[in-house]
Design a protein around this ligand. Structure first.
Ligand SMILES: [Zn+2]
Length: 390
């Protein structure tokens, strides 16, 4: 059933892609908003790898799959202030609101249950929110279930390699964070407090997805930054992504995440996302978020994909098969050759070269006429790949 549907969708996509004329279906306005990566993947029925492959295939053509028309002025402004930052990063940073400055235009995290959610000085958690799937990772340190399972596997692997793992803190509630930041504020003033502690509602520790770990039990004389010189830190740098954890506050991006370098702070983002960051050599989570996880990017990509699929959905199989011009193909080809072949073996479709992009060559969006055939081809490729590997 699924295979057949895929074949039908593929056929339609190829036809639409070649024509370059999308049949836009009216969006269904009554649906609840679909937020976050998990919502996007379940709605589009793509795997994370397929989503990444689709974005990569668009990027390879020179288009910017992460470009959002509504952010264009902000891209230009950020670029003029930061001329040395490559365009791809400008787009990602702005999509992640890095250009707004810290604690100025704060948005509430839209996808609280996604393990790939972004919490920082621009995205906040509600005061009364806490995860509902806590698991004790040992010693009373609570993490969300998926994060805890992978954390325990990672800790076991480290211990198996002769390393030491002391958990300093995992979950911290909104009110505990408020006290922690408040105390720091009184002792050190706001600049230092904000560089070292998140304000209430802005801490990853409230998500139940972060763990502060050291190689020995914490004592107050300890300078945590020395953790970067340990074998434990080296191991984490090389292996943590396999367990879905990333270094959240890397040294080279202090200006962008707004904290001191925190070699002890590891955040669970899911194995898919952590592995993709590792493979693409993206060290800053905000950058990855701006490229692949920002709601605007997900919405835009989802809209294109669903618009392409829309015509296939209302019709059922028999009718749709009539739409596939099999008879025409048979008439044009010697019958012997065709009969033994599988019903639909799509030829590799190469798109016509895109028309020269109007106006700004750097900050162009993905134009409808160029983007849609690409989406079609990429999706077609994915379906073929799936079929071959089923
Ligand atoms: Zn921490």
């Amino acid at each position: 059933m699924k295979k057949k549907t895929s074949t039908i969708i593929l056929a339609l996509l190829i036809v639409l892609g070649v024509l370059g004329q999308p049949a836009f279906a009216a969006p269904e306005e009554d649906e609840a908003p679909i937020v976050g990566l998990s919502g996007f993947l379940s709605e589009t029925e793509l795997t994370f790898e397929e989503y990444m492959a689709l974005m990569a295939s668009i990027a390879r053509t020179g288009e910017h799959p992460h470009f959002l028309e509504e952010n264009k002025q902000r891209y230009d402004a950020y670029r003029s202030e930061n001329p040395d930052v490559p365009v791809d990063k400008v787009i990602a940073y702005v999509n992640a609101d890095i250009d707004k400055g810290f604690y100025i235009d704060i948005q509430e995290v839209p996808n609280l249950n996604d393990v790939s959610l972004l919490v920082n000085k621009n995205f906040s958690l509600p005061p009364d929110w806490s995860p509902d799937d806590f698991v004790n990772t040992g010693g009373g340190h609570m993490m969300r279930e998926e994060a805890a399972e992978n954390f325990n596997l990672m800790r076991d692997a480290m211990v198996g390699d002769g390393l030491k793992v002391y958990v300093i803190i995992t979950y911290r509630s909104y009110s505990a964070q408020r006290n922690t930041h408040g105390n720091a504020l009184n002792q050190h003033g706001s600049a230092l407090a904000d560089r070292n502690w998140a304000r209430a509602g802005h801490s990853e520790h409230q998500t139940g997805l972060a763990a502060d770990i050291l190689h020995k039990a914490f004592d107050k004389s300890m300078h945590n930054a020395r953790y970067q010189n340990t074998k434990e830190f080296e191991w984490l740098t090389e292996n943590a992504y396999n367990y879905g954890f990333i270094l959240r506050y890397p040294d080279q991006y202090k200006d962008l995440h707004g904290y001191v370098f925190e070699p002890w702070h590891w955040r669970y983002v899911g194995i898919d996302v952590a592995t993709a960051m590792h493979n693409e050599e993206i060290a800053l989570f905000e950058e990855f978020y701006g490229r692949y996880l920002a709601q605007g990017v997900l919405d835009k990509t989802r809209e294109f994909i669903l618009q392409q699929r829309a015509p296939a959905e209302p019709e059922e199989e028999e009718e749709i098969e009539e739409d596939v011009p099999e008879e025409q193909i048979i008439e044009e080809t010697p019958p012997d050759e065709i009969v033994d072949q599988p019903a639909v073996t799509p030829p590799p479709v190469i798109p016509d070269p895109p028309e020269p992009v109007r106006e700004d060559p750097v900050m162009r969006g993905f134009g409808v006429t160029f983007f849609i055939p690409l989406v079609c081809i990429a999706l077609g490729g994915i379906v073929v790949f799936r079929k071959r590997h089923n």
